[in-house]
Write a protein of this length. Structure first.
Length: 189
């Protein structure tokens, strides 16, 4: 009799353990579903529908980045900035331009003569507004950044005319401080 009771209790415990385990995994999945910043990451690239972008971006950034809008000329705080650092895509954080490739073009938008790398931006033929222009988009998230023209200074002769709204800037000094802080944290462990 005692043996039966022992088997019964063991089965009961196993049953509850299984149930608890399943609940644990289920809550983990639910957590994963609500959390990720970019759920449809295709390798390095970020692919989201316009509806999803709309939820993530401010109306101003959404208009430029996803609807190929153009900010008012001479409205960007970055146009005349000559601080040393890196310009990133404000949508996805992809590094786009170094400050030492920035120049005063007088065109009303932040201008650069070279992107950080060949893959940091992607080009497309733009035939809108009765013009033939080369559109520049982010190499990682495909957001519209601006256009490139062939009237820039040496060494490339190019002028990347970029909307400041879709740029984020990090001063070299801040980046260095952050790096040093990370190093200190790592060495503490
Ligand atoms: Zn981007």
């Amino acid at each position: 009799m005692r043996n039966y009771r022992l088997i019964y209790v063991t089965i009961l415990i196993t049953f509850f353990l299984c149930l608890a385990n399943q609940k644990h995994f289920m809550s983990k999945d639910a957590h994963l579903e609500e959390k990720p910043a970019f759920p449809n990451v295709d390798g390095e690239k970020i692919v989201l529908s316009n509806e999803e972008w709309k939820k993530k971006l401010s109306p101003e950034v959404y208009h430029i980045a996803r609807e190929k809008g153009t900010e008012r000329p001479w409205s960007s705080k970055y146009e005349h900035s000559n601080e040393i650092g890196t310009y990133y895509c404000a949508v996805c954080g992809n590094a786009l331009f170094e400050s030492d490739t920035k120049f005063e073009s007088g065109c009303g938008w932040p201008s650069f003569y070279k992107p950080i790398s060949k893959t940091s931006v992607i080009y497309a033929h733009d035939k809108t507004h009765g013009m033939h222009r080369t559109e520049v988009t982010c190499g990682r998230c495909g957001s519209h950044l601006g256009h490139v023209f062939d009237d820039g200074p040496p060494p490339t002769g190019l002028r990347y005319c970029i909307n400041g709204v879709v740029l984020d800037f990090e001063k070299a000094k801040q980046a260095e401080e952050k790096y040093n802080l990370d190093q200190t944290k790592t060495s503490e462990h």
